[in-house]
Design a protein around this ligand. Structure first.
Ligand code: S3P
Length: 199
């Protein structure tokens, strides 16, 4: 089937959008948000769409320490985890451009936040409590949710963290629909943000 002129123009615009984003000052795209917001699953698909490498800060900590996140919390405690997290994110952001999924607490650290503001483009994946809770209940791998009623813990974390996540460059609703739809929303939100900030 022949592609109409307008389809071809739309294709070209889409390609330009993607290459704009993957070259925009070579800044990495950093996904922030609560546990269950979809940072890793959406991040992986976003990286594919932008033809960029994907990194997951939790996975990098696990590789560096040879411990799973729950094992790390148990053996060394949360403060040591936060130190490791800060260092890993600083190392990743000083490297080549990529899409980075951070752990839910990473953006709460002022040093990490200011590094991300300088060296990255931050995207807050925002979701409602029921969505977060439903997703988190699929795996029991989050030490913070093992200390009490997971829904109440998520609710309390929303209260303290949402005002801080709101400092991210762009906010995208991470609904219960297909991850690809969230990827599209991120790409368009970043393009708008880059347009507004390139003058
Ligand atoms: C945490 C979130 C987790 C992980 C650790 C602490 C948090 O990452 O870093 O369990 O403080 O919210 P995900 O957000 O990827 O689940």
């Amino acid at each position: 089937m022949m592609t109409s002129e307008s389809d071809a123009a739309a294709d070209l615009r889409e390609k330009e959008t993607l290459s704009d984003l993957s070259s925009a000052e070579e800044k990495s795209i950093v996904l922030v948000g609560l546990m269950g917001a979809g940072k890793s699953s959406v991040g992986r698909r976003l990286a594919t769409a932008l033809n960029l490498p994907f990194k997951d800060a939790d996975t990098e900590i696990e590789i560096a320490s040879n411990l799973s996140v729950p094992e790390f919390f148990e053996k060394h405690g949360e403060a040591a985890f936060r130190d490791g997290e800060r260092k890993v994110i600083a190392r990743l952001l000083s490297g080549p451009q990529h899409v980075l999924a951070t752990g839910g607490g990473a953006y709460m650290d002022p040093q990490t936040r200011s590094l991300i503001a300088k060296q990255g483009r931050s995207v807050w994946l925002k979701a409602d409590l029921d969505t977060l809770h439903k997703r988190c209940m699929k795996r029991n791998t989050r030490p913070l949710l093992r200390t009490g009623d997971p829904k109440k813990i998520l609710h309390d974390l929303m209260e303290t963290r949402y005002p801080v996540y709101a400092e991210a460059d762009v906010t995208v609703e991470s609904s219960d629909g297909p991850h690809e739809a969230v990827v599209d929303l991120i790409i368009h939100a970043l393009k708008d943000f880059n347009g507004e900030n390139s003058a």
